[in-house]
Design a protein around this ligand. Structure first.
Ligand code: ZN
Length: 113
């Protein structure tokens, strides 16, 4: 069974408690009413869907209920790192990148539920 580290509960929990919530770090346009339909479609619908390292949003739906971000390798399905929502994209640690890490980072004022 795959274990996922929740940065809020600070525990490794069963994957059955979590729900994938899409690509992380999607920036909403500042003036969404002023962008073209094509720009809106690109922002709203198009995702990178890259093979390998990807940054995703996950939700601990059957736990604390909070959203957080995860760096995951889509080839091996390994979670490389999880961190709290609202934090910028985190660089992977130098060592242990091939192993599951449970590092978390302290929230900043931008930390949202
Ligand atoms: Zn949690």
């Amino acid at each position: 069974m795959l274990l996922i580290h929740c940065p809020y509960c600070e525990e490794d929990r069963s994957e059955l408690e979590f729900r994938w919530a899409g690509e992380a770090h999607i920036a909403r346009p500042e003036n969404i009413a002023a962008i073209s339909d094509e720009e809106f479609a690109e922002y709203f619908f198009l995702r990178n869907n890259e093979k390998g390292l990807t940054y995703e949003r996950w939700r601990h739906i059957h736990g604390c209920g909070r959203f957080f971000n995860a760096a995951r390798d889509t080839v091996s399905d390994r979670f490389l790192m999880t961190y709290k929502a609202g934090l910028p994209k985190q660089a992977l640690p130098e060592t242990g990148a091939s192993e599951k890490t449970v590092e978390t980072y302290e929230a900043t004022e931008g930390d949202a539920r």
